[in-house]
Ligand binder design. Structure first.
Ligand SMILES: [Fe+2]
Ligand SMILES: [Fe+2]
Length: 249
């Protein structure tokens, strides 16, 4: 078992402690703030929230086959708990969109992001029975560990800068849940016989996936999130340590 990673029981305990109600957030103050936001800020917020509706709905739907493919009862239980949380996130994203968006969210989301969640994810989920490690690397390592984290940081920064308390509150809860989801993916990758081979492809995949948000996510945030993928994989022994540049020592 890989070091520095929680067990399935520990992950389930985190989930059990973290239940929350998407309907409990008052979004009226955020809605009231909307007309006062600069057009560019409003467009950015709209694009990010639309991306989260598309993304959270897709991950909630396509996680179900993963549980069917998992042999370990502990992993199955974690995936079942995660499905419930992803449905909660999808509800929360839809409520935010109902308060702050307009019409069908998909056309407001970046096309590359829509393709990731509506084309690449379903294909990987359909193959989860044959390649659960690869499917979890995409789902937990790339979509949650890169695309969602980058988007969450961008939304949180906007919410703080422009005083949107409902958005900030909802995303704080989502981010908390996503941390254990990403840890679950790392746990599976670390335990899988082909984990190191699958992990070797993740850093490059992360770069392309982070770009799916386009200019909705700042370069600085994108680069930090991408760097976090290699850092996590090194910490659990799935990537070789970074070679230190002697000129910078
Ligand atoms: Fe989620
Ligand atoms: Fe998640």
């Amino acid at each position: 078992m890989a070091p520095r990673l929680p067990t399935y029981d520990a992950l389930l305990a985190i989930s059990a402690r973290g239940a929350w109600d998407p309907g409990s957030f008052d979004l009226a103050p955020d809605r009231a703030r909307l007309p006062a936001l600069p057009v560019g800020v409003r467009e950015r917020l709209t694009g990010l929230l639309a991306g989260f509706v598309v993304g959270e709905e897709a991950v909630a739907e396509h996680l179900v086959p993963f549980g069917d493919a998992a042999g370990d009862p502990g992993l199955r239980a974690c995936l079942a708990a995660q499905v419930a949380e992803e449905e909660r996130h999808a509800d929360a994203a839809r409520l935010l969109w109902a308060a702050l968006g307009d019409g069908d969210p998909a056309p407001h989301a970046p096309p590359a992001l829509v393709a990731l969640f509506r084309e690449r994810l379903p294909a990987a989920a359909a193959a989860a029975g044959e390649d659960l490690t690869g499917a979890m690397a995409l789902y937990h390592g790339v979509l949650e560990g890169v695309v969602f984290i980058a988007g969450q940081r961008a939304v949180r920064a906007l919410a703080e800068e422009w005083d949107l308390p409902g958005v900030a509150g909802v995303f704080a809860r989502i981010e908390r849940d996503e941390r254990w989801h990403v840890a679950l993916g790392a746990r599976v990758l670390a335990d899988a016989p082909d984990g190191a081979r699958v992990a070797a492809g993740l850093p490059a995949d992360a770069v392309a996936a982070a770009d799916a948000w386009g200019p909705l996510v700042d370069d600085e945030v994108r680069d930090a999130v991408v760097a976090g993928v290699s850092r996590r994989l090194r910490a659990i022994g799935l990537l070789a340590p970074a070679v230190r540049d002697p000129a910078r020592v």
